[in-house]
Each structure stands twice: as structure tokens, then as C-alpha cells.
Design a protein around this ligand. Structure first.
Ligand SMILES: Cc1cc2nc3c(=O)[nH]c(=O)nc-3n(C[C@H](O)[C@H](O)[C@H](O)COP(=O)(O)OP(=O)(O)OC[C@H]3O[C@@H](n4cnc5c(N)ncnc54)[C@H](O)[C@@H]3O)c2cc1C
Length: 258
């Protein structure tokens, strides 16, 4: 039974796994992602660090635990993270492939989460709002309302996304300073908000793709025997359609190898 690994459980990786499962029930299929808690067939907290060629198979290393061997590997992680992978992988891709991957660029932004005590009222009539008149803040959501999980037992939470120009300008600034600036600007948009019980400011270095590689829409085959390919919104565009297009291109290329 061929062993297939999909790295990344974002939209592209998940779609690709579901499609692959549909066309071939006889594969061992694993999905590894560095984030969250594990579920069936999807192994989370599996951050891939290194890929080596061993006896005609890919030996894939993760941050913790033993490496595992696979016949085929599909990378759906952001392109800059593909380029950071260590091991034989770094020498096996051609200079042309490397240049194409290096040409993929992303916008950057920050996200700020504000968490409130149960029973706190955030008195606005909307669940989410695009902001067009602020240099720092682009989007605010009452996140529990947006997700339709309002409850008297769990406090509300606010999520704020910054504009890309703000994200780029402050990319290397301290999180503490950036958090303070966002909070100051938020006061102009939603004055008099209650005091949150917890705040989380997250740098989003690779947010949305601004330009992809010219010659390989949808996916890029990095190695033939054993088969290694990459896809994701970096090879199409940053939206749901882009992920579907990439997953379909990955599947089409994979079909000849499973
Ligand atoms: C602010 C913002 C707003 C957006 N709004 C919309 C919208 O309204 N509508 C829309 O259609 N799209 C929207 N998008 C775009 C959409 O979210 C992306 O196009 C989509 O999430 C990309 O999916 P992906 O699977 O290709 O990549 P990702 O979602 O980036 O998934 C990659 C996965 O790989 C994992 N990973 C990374 N490195 C490793 C590693 N070394 N080992 C293991 N796992 C790893 C990550 O944890 C992640 O889960 C938005 C994006 C942003 C940033």
C-alpha cells in the first residue's frame, strides 16, 4: 500500500486529502499540520522540519518524534516555509524551481484578539465590519457573534485585523508596541470598549499571496521519483476558489503516481 503524506491541513491540504480519498481508497493517507489538536487521520502538532531521500522513499522529520517514510509527499504549506525545509530536500530542487518559489510574495498584517468576561456586552449591531477610514485597522469582528456561538457562559471576543501597509511598516517592531498602537486606533473606531481579561497580538508575516510563480499555476512538481509536489494558494490566489483550483491540480498530477 502506497503511503502518501499531505503536509498542511489548511483549505488546500484538506481538500486535496478528501479528493484523494475519493479516487483511491487503497492508499495510506496522512495529513500533518503544525497547529492544534489531533483528529482522525489528521495529525496536528506535526511540524515538518526536514525531508530526506532514503531508499527511494521520502523520510519526513517533524519537530518531535521519529521520522516516517512515505512514497509520495504533497506540501501545501506557505511557500516561504517550503523554502525553509532542511535535509536533502534543499539540494534536490533545481535552481529554476528555487527561483520560482522565491518569486512568490505575501502581504503581512497583524491580528489582535480581545477576550472578555462572560456576560460582557459589546454594544454594536454587527458581527463584522470592514473599516476603510483608518490607517491601522482594516477589519473588526465580534468573533463569537460572527461564528454564531453566542453564549451566556462564555465571554465575547473581538478580532481586529490591521491593514497591510500598517503590517508591513511595523513588521519588525515589538509585539507590545504594535499591540498598543492597534488599541489606540481601536479607541477611535469603538470608543469606550470594556476592559478585556486577555489580549493576544499575532504577527501574520505570510497573510495573503500578492504574486505567485509565473509558470506553474496550481501546483509545482519538485521531484518525480519518489514523487514530491507542492501547492496551495501561493500557486493560484488567496481565496477559496484558489484553494479548490490548486487542490484539483494537485490531484490531477497525483493520479499518475498512485
Ligand atoms: C486576512 C485574510 C482574510 C481572508 N479572507 C478570505 C475570504 O473572505 N474568503 C476567501 O475565500 N479567502 C479568504 N482568505 C484567503 C484564504 O484564507 C487562504 O487562501 C487559504 O486559507 C489558503 O489555504 P491553504 O491551505 O493554501 O494555506 P494555509 O491556510 O496557509 O494552510 C497551510 C497549513 O500548513 C501548516 N503548516 C505550515 N508550516 C508547516 C510545517 N512546517 N509543518 C506542518 N504544517 C505546516 C499551517 O499550520 C497551515 O494550517 C483570507 C486570508 C487572509 C489572510
Amino acid at each position: 500500500m502506497k503511503r502518501v503524506l499531505i503536509v498542511g491541513a489548511g483549505m488546500t491540504g484538506s481538500l486535496c486529502a478528501a479528493l484523494l480519498r475519493k479516487v483511491s481508497g487503497t492508499l495510506y493517507l496522512a495529513v500533518w499540520d503544525k497547529a492544534g489538536d489531533s483528529g482522525a487521520e489528521v495529525y496536528l502538532r506535526h511540524c515538518v522540519t526536514q525531508i530526506n531521500l532514503r531508499n527511494g522513499k521520502w523520510e519526513v522529520f517533524k519537530e518531535t518524534g521519529s521520522p516516517e517514510q512515505f512514497d509520495l509527499v504533497v506540501l501545501t504549506i506557505p511557500v516561504p516555509q517550503i523554502l525553509q525545509l532542511q535535509g536533502d530536500f534543499a539540494n534536490l530542487i533545481s535552481e529554476c524551481q528555487r527561483q520560482q518559489l522565491e518569486s512568490v510574495s505575501y502581504s503581512s498584517r497583524y491580528a489582535l484578539g480581545l477576550f472578555y468576561e462572560a456576560g460582557t456586552k459589546i454594544d454594536v449591531p454587527w458581527a463584522g465590519q470592514y473599516i476603510t477610514s483608518n490607517p491601522c485597522i482594516r477589519f473588526v469582528s465580534i468573533d463569537n457573534k460572527k461564528r454564531n456561538i453566542e453564549s451566556s457562559e462564555i465571554g465575547p471576543s473581538l478580532v481586529i485585523h490591521t491593514t497591510v501597509p500598517f503590517g508591513v511598516t511595523h513588521l519588525e517592531h515589538s509585539i507590545k508596541d504594535v499591540q498598543e498602537l492597534i488599541l489606540q486606533q481601536l479607541e477611535n473606531i469603538l470608543p469606550g470598549l470594556p476592559q478585556p481579561v486577555a489580549i493576544k497580538c499575532q504577527k501574520w508575516r505570510h497573510s495573503q499571496v500578492t504574486s505567485g510563480p509565473a509558470k506553474c499555476p496550481g501546483q509545482m512538481t519538485l521531484h518525480l521519483k519518489p514523487f514530491l509536489m507542492c501547492g496551495g494558494d501561493g500557486f493560484t490566489q488567496s481565496n477559496f476558489d484558489g484553494c479548490i483550483t490548486s487542490a484539483l491540480c494537485l490531484l490531477e498530477a497525483l493520479k499518475n503516481h498512485i
